[in-house]
Design a protein around this ligand. Structure first.
Ligand SMILES: [Zn+2]
Length: 590
């Protein structure tokens, strides 16, 4: 016999148990991927077959013999992957997003070296743009120059192809054009552009004329005619820039990329905010402001992990590390070395503005960078610093050593960006300091055409030396450096980076056996550097980076199992589906 009070208590207990049981039966999933070859990057459960997603979260990861039906409700979408390869979504640790969309929605002439290919590119761009909008892309002839390779570069250039305005006028009637060649010495204006400055018939200093004295549209660098034209070019509207952003986001989604670590350029940051507010982001953004901005951001109430406008934590758009620069780059002989370049015996490379007070960057000032890193650290930011030559990397590691001693703290999350050429004695220092080596594997496929000529065989042994880094316990992080510079185009699709790290050949498979093949790494290590390690590098490996119950559902589906195929087949890999935050942002249909 129980009293009234006891009776109600019993009822309440029964109701609670009922509710709990209800919860246990689970709410149905939104999405279930079945029959996949799921490579989870979760060392406790490396392979699985089924991934269950509810909202933005992975709620279960099952083996092939485990039933998934009890997760299924009337509205659950079940996708049979028919054995496709599933990995945690690729995270690209190094992108220049701001420049990428212009190469898609504006003219990209790098591969153009004859009339036909220029006309084709103009047709493509005119289709994208509204009437009246300027076409302003460039670098025609770049691939042709790069193809010449180390032996010929710098020597007599072969007679170069030159377009005229008449090559493109019939296509670009409604869009003024100002295009430029691979080394910015020659520009091309179409008739629509010349009309705007009143020079379609006239002559002006810097204009190349044909044998009848008519302007061909070709304009020489730094000439009065070019200056006039450049003044006439209409700045891109915010709408056009947003469209370029959308095109770049689409490319990333099609490539299976779920997050980028980008450089924070203020006007681009504002566009990211706009896209985030419109729910148009299909890829998470981790922004790296310039190393000199630590104080300023702190004053604004901003720090690592916070959305630039709401100043709240936001795992779609937030500030990440501060980005610094020690030295130049290999492509222009400006990376800093202890010994001079083999092909430029007086040149050791140079410093950058974070490491020098000298306008020519010849004299280094490491205290300058050290102080910037300290100020940034006090504002809550770690630093990610660009260091490429042997001396650049060594000086960077020296600074980190000093920082670790001063702070008496582990430097996890700090990075050496590129870490391109390393002395034998410096490999072990990464682990000692616990700093990340953020590397760009695709640079191997591209740079090898001139690396040995520039720094010689011995130094090349430490170039893109991912295996040595791994053997010495360093944490590798992969980034593409997309879309590249005027000296090279860097691909962003993961197949290129994985191919380069695993095979160490060009896209044509040369040299046979790979360039310094002892530095090849496994597909597993490449995938790790592209997923869980990059989540760790953004301090979010607890919530992302592997396929595990409880983590955010960022997942990429590939058409072939990279762990099983012959490495020579990696470049044939396609991305079939990209899932970010539980939503399918790309599904291949062809
Ligand atoms: Zn870069």
């Amino acid at each position: 016999m129980i009293g009234n009070k006891g009776f109600y208590k019993t009822i309440i207990v029964i109701i609670c148990i009922g509710m709990l049981a209800g919860c246990k039966k689970q709410e149905p999933a939104d999405l279930i991927l079945i029959n996949g070859e799921v490579y989870t990057m979760d060392s406790g459960h490396p392979w699985a077959a089924t991934v269950v997603i509810k909202g933005n979260t992975i709620t279960a990861v099952l083996d092939g013999d485990e039933k998934f039906e009890h997760f299924q409700g009337p509205d659950t979408r079940v996708i049979d992957l028919e054995g496709k390869f599933v990995v945690p979504g690729f995270i690209d640790a190094h992108v220049h997003f701001n420049r990428a969309g212009a190469l898609i929605n504006d003219a990209n002439l790098m591969a153009v070296s004859d009339d036909h290919s220029l006309r084709k590119e103009m047709e493509r761009v005119v289709d994208i743009l509204d009437d009246g909008e300027w076409i302003t892309g460039g670098l025609w002839g770049a691939y042709e120059q790069w193809e010449l390779g180390a032996a010929e570069s710098g020597l007599a250039k072969k007679a170069r192809w030159e377009p005229t305005r008449w090559t493109i006028d019939d296509i670009t009637n409604n869009n003024p054009c100002l295009l430029y060649n691979y080394d910015y010495t020659l520009f091309l204006a179409n008739t629509a552009a010349l009309k705007l400055i009143g020079l379609e018939k006239g002559k002006y200093q810097g204009m190349k004329l044909d044998n009848q004295g008519r302007p061909t549209g070709l304009i020489y660098r730094e000439s009065p005619a070019l200056i006039m034209l450049q003044k006439a070019v209409k700045e891109k509207s915010n709408d056009r820039l947003l469209n370029e952003n959308r095109a770049a986001l689409r490319s990333l989604a099609e490539s299976g990329i779920v997050e980028i670590h980008d450089i924070a350029v203020p006007d681009q940051t504002a566009r990211f905010v706009e896209l985030r507010e419109n729910l148009e982001l299909t890829c998470r953004i981790w922004l790296r402001p310039d190393l000199s901005r630590g104080d300023e951001l702190k004053e604004e109430g901003l720090t690592m992990g916070l959305h630039p406008k709401t100043k709240q934590p936001d795992n779609w758009l937030r500030y990440g590390a501060l980005k610094g620069y020690i030295d130049g780059i290999m492509g222009t002989h400006s990376a800093l070395f202890f010994e001079p370049y083999n092909d430029q015996p007086d040149n050791y490379g140079h410093y950058r503005r974070h490491t020098s007070d000298d306008p020519e960057f010849k004299e280094g000032n490491m205290d300058k960078m050290y102080n910037l890193i300290k100020i940034g650290y006090d504002a809550g930011f770690v630093s990610n610093v660009h260091a490429i030559g042997t001396k650049g990397v060594a000086l960077m590691l020296d600074i980190y050593e000093r920082l670790m001693d001063d702070l008496d703290k582990d430097l996890s999350g700090f990075r050496v960006i590129h870490a391109q050429v390393i002395r034998p004695e410096d490999f072990s220092r990464f682990k000692k300091l616990n700093v990340i080596a953020e590397v760009n594997p695709y640079h191997i496929s591209d740079d090898m055409r001139w690396m040995e000529e520039r720094i010689g065989y011995e130094r090349c042994k430490g170039a893109y030396a991912f295996k040595s880094l791994l053997d010495n316990g360093a944490i590798l992080s992969f980034g593409s450096d997309w879309p590249g510079t005027s000296a090279a185009e860097y691909h962003m699709h993961p197949k290129y980076l994985i191919h380069a790290a695993v095979n160490r050949t060009t896209l044509k498979g040369t040299p046979e056996g790979g360039w310094f093949p002892e530095q090849k790494i496994s597909v597993h290590e490449a995938l790790k550097a592209y997923t869980i390690n990059n989540a760790y590098a953004a301090f979010e490996n607890d919530i992302r980076g592997s396929i595990k119950a409880g983590k955010l559902a960022d997942i990429t589906v590939c058409d072939r199992n990279l762990m099983k195929i012959d490495p020579s087949e990696i470049l044939e890999m396609n991305v079939d589906m990209t899932i970010v935050d539980g939503k399918i942002v790309f599904e291949r249909t062809d």
